[in-house]
Each structure stands twice: as C-alpha cells, then as structure tokens.
Design a protein around this ligand. Structure first.
Ligand code: TYD
Ligand code: MG
Length: 456
C-alpha cells in the first residue's frame, strides 16, 4: 500500500508532504505545493545496511594545521565584504533575489573583476542568449573582460565543459533553468533544482572550483525558490531592494567563511551597479528638515553601523478596523510596540491608522530599533518633531523598560561622523561619555515619553 505513495513538495521551502493542501505547513506560503515524482534512486531498500561493511574512511585530529583559505578579492569592495573578505576557492555561493532586481548585472560585473584579478571565469547563462549577455557587457563597459561565456541549460553538457576547461569560478545564471537528464521532472521543479545544485556543488568541492548559483525568488508555485538549496551551499546571499529605489542591498544570510548578516550596498545606475561605501549618508539624504514622525535610528548591519530613518504617520481611521501598514520593519513587532505604548504609558492607538516606513527601501530587523519606532510613532501622534541632530536606539521589553544593545560605541561614532550631536539610548549604555555625543539615557519608556514629549 505504501508503495504507491504520492509525494508533494513545497516549491518555496522544500517541505515534503503526502497530500496536497492549499497552504504549506512548513513556511505558510499559499499555492506552492505540487506533486512530484520521487528521485529515481529509490534510497535505502532495507532498514539497516546489514553485515557488509564499506571501506574505512581516513580520520584526522582537530589540531591538524590548516592555514586560512587564500581569498581572491574582486575589487568590488561591497561584494568582497559580504563574502567575508573575498572569494574562497572551492566554495559554493547562492545569490537569490526577485527577478529583475539586478542579479545578472551584479554577477557579470563581479565575474569581470575576478577575471581581472587573474581567475579563470566561466559565465553560463541559461536564461539569455550569449548575444544578450554580450550586449549587457558592452553596456557595462566590460566587453574586454576575459570572461568565457556559455549559453546552455543541459547540466551534463555544462559539467563536461567545466571538466575540460578547469576554471576557477563558474557562474550559473540561473539554477532554475538547469536540468539534469537523469531526473524525471520539469526544469525549475524542486527535484530538478535540487539535483542540479547538488551536482554543481559536488563538482565544485571535488575539483576545487568556486561556483555561484543564481536563484530567482518566486511567488508562484511553478518554480522552486532558492530556499530549497540553501542547505547545500556555503554562502547564501540575497540581493534585495525596492523597485522604485535605485539602492540594492546584498545581504549574507548564511556564510561558512565569514559573518552572516553582513550587507553590501549598491546603487543601480545607467551603466550598472556602483558601490555605495557610505550607506548612512545615502539613506538619510532625503531628510533635510526635522519632521514629525521622522526619527533617525543608529543601527548595525552585519559588522557595520548604518543610520536609517524611520517615518511614521498616525491619522484618525475612517474604518471600523484601523490600518497598520509597515514597510521595511516587522509587522508583529510594530503591534508589540503599540501594545506596550498603550499598556505601560497609557497612550492609545485605537481608532488611529498607523503607517511605518523605513526610508530608502532599507529593511531593518534589529530589536535595537524598538525605541526609534516608538519615538517615531509618538512623534507622529503628538505632531512634535524630535531635534534634527538626534539619533535613537534601544530595545524595548514588554514591561516597558529599555534594554541596552550591543555596539553602542560604533553606533555613536557613525552618528557623530554624519553630523549628529545627541543620542537617546538605554540607561546602561556604556561608552556614551567617550563618544563626545550629548547622551540622554532612559531606563524605561514612561520616562522617555515624559522627557521627550512632555507628559505625553
Ligand atoms: P538583471 O541583472 O537582468 O536582473 P536579474 O538578473 O536579477 O533578473 O537586471 C535587470 C534590471 O536592471 C533591468 O530592469 C534594467 C536594470 N539595469 C540598469 O538599470 N542599468 C544597467 O546598467 C543594467 C545592465 C540593468
Ligand atoms: Mg538575470
């Protein structure tokens, strides 16, 4: 009976179930579950391996001398930073992102830089014809770069070519277009994407080749998303940004060779992506006058301080159910902060629409931004602007007290560098005096409301 079991796989997170449902229990996405044939190698047939043993594998001590991997810098500083200081040989990297966000552009530019740095680079495009890629290279002023170009989707042919050419770096654009002829399902399905990624990563590890896989983030269930191969690779980078903005963030969500959560900032221009070495100045550039509802948060992204502006708008709601709209920050965290403001400070938001936005298309996930969000909400509600030269940071607990956050010194240094002169921070924040900033330390939200906005 169990023989004829059907297999349903979520194309977003790869969760496997035995029956179809409209919503994946694993990741909560709708309409991403589709039936799929199990891989042809049926896996173990018996419960145990039995008495027959394989060959012994060599074991070694932890203390074996291992020098740090030699890294190659691309010269694109922001890209190298996100990789953890350059490209590690024989590493597998996944670059995910929405279609059209600029993945191919970024990787073509990086490929050219790595080729300049002396690596043998092959760029395999499964989506565009060679002529199209060449045209883009021309537009980017890279037509002289020593990158070898191939347009192919058949994995067997690609691996044969790579075996022959012995490159240092291969870029596969994109993993969803690759197909292995030993797997019986359509290109882009979870089995195909997994099989192709597995083959390429294994090839990379055994031949000492670095491989970059491009993966489209997909909203519909037809194509498997990059998340289904995240566990196979060493480094997972996501390229994100708002369509209307020219800024693009390359974010490391996993990195076996460097810090995760590191970001690289780029700007999409008429001739490709250019690096943004001082992102704080960029995210704040839209701000000239202090406005009610606008608060500057001194944040940390990866290892680097970044100042971002939170903007809030609070208005009487015409609807029975007031709106809560958030861009660039977590919606449930906003609900929590509204609840704390109401319960601990007696400031109700019922009947008021609340809009919260992070300027410049940036996404913030640090809890240290709690106080900045609370300040923006209060400032918008009371229609009172915070001083123009003031930054805010601190984590809020449900009791309404403020918790100190890490890297206070770096946050203050960055703020000072950008011309800010005062900071509102949790009471126990160390390193405040040394910074030369005017520190206003608060131990709880009630005190903060009293001091900054009068009695509230
Ligand atoms: P692309 O790299 O093709 O995106 P992806 O590979 O992630 O699907 O980028 C496509 C977008 O980038 C397209 O909308 C045009 C824009 N673009 C520029 O603005 N300037 C440029 O120099 C290039 C090459 C692309
Ligand atoms: Mg592309």
């Amino acid at each position: 009976m169990a023989k004829a079991q059907k297999n349903f796989v979520c194309s977003n997170c790869g969760a496997v179930t035995t029956k179809w449902s409209g919503r994946c229990d694993g990741c909560g996405e709708w309409n991403t579950i589709a039936e799929e044939k199990p891989l042809s190698s049926a896996g173990p047939t018996k419960k145990t391996l039995g008495g027959m043993r394989g060959k012994e594998i060599p074991l070694s001590k932890l203390s074996t001398k291992e020098s740090p991997p030699p890294r190659t810098s691309s010269g694109l500083g922001e890209f190298d930073r996100v990789l953890g200081g350059g490209l590690v040989p024989a590493s597998a990297i996944l670059v995910g992102g929405d279609p059209g966000i600029g993945k191919s552009t970024l990787l073509l530019q990086a490929a050219a830089k790595f080729a300049d740095a002396g690596l043998k680079v092959i760029y395999i495009s499964g989506e565009e014809a060679s002529a199209q890629v060449r045209m883009r290279a021309q537009r980017l002023g890279l037509s002289e770069a020593a990158v070898q170009l191939g347009a192919e989707t058949n994995l067997r042919d690609i691996l044969t070519t790579l075996e022959k050419q012995e490159p240092d770096l291969v870029i596969i654009d994109s993993i969803q277009t690759m197909w292995a002829d030993n797997v019986e399902s359509a290109p882009g399905s979870v089995s195909q994407v997994r099989a192709a990624a597995h083959e390429l990563v294994t090839f990379a590890k055994t031949r000492g080749v670095s491989v970059v896989l491009v993966g489209h983030v997909t909203k519909e269930g037809q194509l498997a998303g990059p998340r289904v191969v995240e566990h196979m690779v060493d480094t997972v980078l996501y390229f994100e940004g708002e369509r209307g903005h020219q800024f693009r963030l390359l974010r490391a969500v996993k990195n076996r060779f460097g810090p995760a959560h590191e970001i690289g900032v780029f700007e999409m221009t008429g001739d490709g992506l250019s690096e943004v070495t001082n992102p704080s100045a960029l995210f704040l550039s839209e701000r000239d006058q202090p406005a009610p509802g606008s608060v500057v948060f001194a944040g940390i992204e990866g290892t680097r301080p970044v100042l971002v502006e939170f903007q809030a708008l609070v208005a009487p709601s015409p609807h029975a159910q007031a709106r809560r709209t958030v861009v660039g920050w977590d919606g449930s965290r906003l609900a929590m902060i509204l609840a704390v403001l109401e319960a601990r400070c007696g400031i109700p938001f019922a009947g008021l629409d609340v809009y919260l936005n992070v300027a410049g298309g940036m996404k913030v996930s640090e809890p240290a931004a709690d106080l900045a969000v609370a300040a923006a909400l209060l400032s918008a509600r009371e229609d009172a602007a915070l001083p123009k030269d003031c930054v805010v940071f601190g984590e809020l607990s449900l009791s309404g007290s403020l918790r100190p956050v890490g890297q206070t010194e770096n946050r203050l240094k960055e703020a000072k560098k950008l011309g800010f002169s005062s900071a509102i921070a949790p009471a126990q924040s160390k390193a405040g005096e040394k910074s030369g900033m005017d520190m206003r330390l608060m131990s709880d939200l009630v005190g903060f409301v009293g001091e900054v906005f009068g009695a509230g």
